[in-house]
Design a protein around this ligand. Sequence first.
Ligand code: 13P
Length: 187
Amino acid sequence: MNPLRDVVDVSVHLYRRGLVSGIGGNVSARVDDRVFITPTMVPLDQVTLKNVAMVDLEGNILRGGRPSSELELHLEVYRRRPDVNGVVHTHSPYARAFLVAGIEIEKMEGFRGLGQGNLPVVSYYPPGSRDLASACAETMVNENAAVLENHGVVCAGETVKEALLLAEFIEELAKTRFIAEVLKFMK
Ligand code: 13P
């Protein structure tokens, strides 16, 4: 297990899969009382072992580049969820399209622990704000995924690789819902 390398691998994978673009998205992994998190303003395909930041749970920087502007959101999820050791934030296009249109995304079977009903929606707060961090972490006390109004998706997992799998699942789910809704018009 190498959580630092996992942060790099997951970041590059998210970018290549198109779940983030430009400088969007961020990724972190916790090991005991340390958190590895992607640097701010760096496209995720340019994340390296060198520029990943290491912070403590209070957010003090211990090494690497300047941490993501969503550091507080990641830390707040870790503080409230001792079972979570990985968090990813994406701007995945299909899920985001639902958010922009103000349509909730219904969960589907196929991912352990995701449950049923709609994905919980976190009301809009500016990206990187403490209000967004608190509201998102509060929502994720009992949920491994949340969607941020007009913004993106946050997924948590026992490991950062599990959080990545959930992020991919949610994007696929949103895409499937979209295609199904279009097909209904063709019937
Ligand atoms: P960072 O580059 O600071 O991680 O911000 C990207 C983002 O998606 C903010 O919500």
